[in-house]
Design a protein around this ligand. Sequence first.
Ligand code: SF4
Ligand code: SF4
Length: 105
Amino acid sequence: METDATVTKEKKGNRLQPDCMTLTSNSTTGGDNEMKVPNTNENMEKCICGGCPTFTQNSLIGGFFCAMGKSEKVPEMKGCNCADCPLWAEYDLSKGYFCIHGASE
Ligand code: SF4
Ligand code: SF4
């Protein structure tokens, strides 16, 4: 029960909703095992930021924020597609919104 938030973000959803911001500052889930995402071309090609509503509605440029760090332009949260990205599972990512919060560590 207490892991609802974790289940929601990891399994149901394909898209992290704007209110998932709470997950980023909530350490009670204990699932902070994120790995640093290596900045490689191979990883960059897997990035699906370009199709995400936060990316498109804020007219962001770049992408691959989990490795490159936060967006220069601070976007308004409109949903995050990171949970659908192959790198999400590969690097045990859990937070999403790397365009706002910066690279995984
Ligand atoms: S996890 Fe998110 S930021 Fe990182 S490559 Fe995938 S879609 Fe892009
Ligand atoms: S990090 Fe997440 S919210 Fe930001 S552009 Fe990529 S998919 Fe969208």
